[in-house]
Design a protein around this ligand. Sequence first.
Ligand SMILES: [Zn+2]
Length: 468
Amino acid sequence: MTRLTLRIFLAFFWVSVFPARIPAASAADAVFLINGTVVAPDRVIPNGWLAIQDGKILSITAARPDIAGARTLTTEDIIFPGFVDLHNHPLYAVFPRWKAPRIFANRYQWRGEPAYHQTIQTPEGELVSTHFCDMDTYVEIKALAGGTTSILGIYQPADTPTVPPCVAGLARNLDWASGFYGAGVGNERLGNILGVRPEDLKLSAVDVERHRAGGFDLVAVHVAEGQRTDAASQGEFSELEALGLLNAKTVVIHGGGLVEEDFAKLRRAEAAFIWSPRSNFELYGQTADISAAVRQNVTMALAPDWSPTGSTNMLAEIAYAKSVSDRQFAGLLSAKQLFEMATIVPARIARIDDKVGSLAAGLRADLFLLRSDVANPFDALAGAAPQDVTLTMVDGKPVYGALGYLTALGVSDVDGVTMCGTARAINRAALPAGGFTGVTTRLSDALTAKNIRLAGLAECAEETIAKP
Ligand SMILES: [Zn+2]
């Protein structure tokens, strides 16, 4: 048992045995009490209680704690920790899905495809320079609506020296504004390296240098994104090693070309791995050999990659991954393992598991509620529909959810949205760039002028998601 695990265990033991008795809260440090089936690290607590104060989880108890003046939300929902998404290109989530004209052998092929440049790459670059804050708001709401509370991969417009301040707020941007290391932008310990080819290394030169100097807690690198038999993809793992970038603070993304020995080396280097099955199947017709990764005991997280060819958000990627695991890998990964690969595992990889990634006293109150079968929370998660998410909180602040839930938690100024036919609301005070209706209208107009439709907030049931 690590010291952290012990600390969490002791905290949990304490609150479980000795019910919280806390004096009346003042308005400034209001306590939220949320009731539901709590998915804690070591057990599931039916009809349990979460007390939240000052952005943190104060206690988790089976019995209702005695806290005078607390704002209370009682539900029949499941309470999960928020997802930690370590691989995404979130700004592309304003675009509809990209129907690739063919199956590719590697990422360099489709990145050179004219159809990709015309429909996504070029308009994306233009939109980032004119509508960055609207894009950032829209795509972070999409992530939050799917339970993601921490994300990586927003990048700044080319003509600004750093990412604009509007990136702070909504989800935690782990590479720009997590809120863990002070307010504002630019204090973070996570970075991105686009890839190991010279052109990608050049674009990521600052982060490559900082990573080599040990200046990051974690760097995510695209490696061997393509088919297993593709020579360009196969060579990239050795390239990563030769560059001196394979170490305990590296997480390898995709790894389609990795073979058993590569995963063994990855494990020996104490590096980690991120699996993004949907984008892999849509672009390459296959995905990484996760059975080899599991045999080699590689630490493996799950992430959606991006929405044009991957999942809209982590919730949808879990459903897809479960199907791939069942049908292509003989049930290799359970729904519970996939839940962990989306929460505590990436939190550990990013060295933020003392802050987020699980529900335990003392950790940040980053969580979401799911209206589903409380008797089988992990299966419910893997089978969830977008409209099943009833509340998402970041740092103890309700951001998105059912109107009645937000109202119960004291949020009255909201923008209404429709999630697959179900009414949901967004807390306007959490929006960094004005109301959500205006954000949507401006983005929709800018895209329409380019003959592109603004992507919806999620893929709904009528949009059939083909799973291999
Ligand atoms: Zn990627």
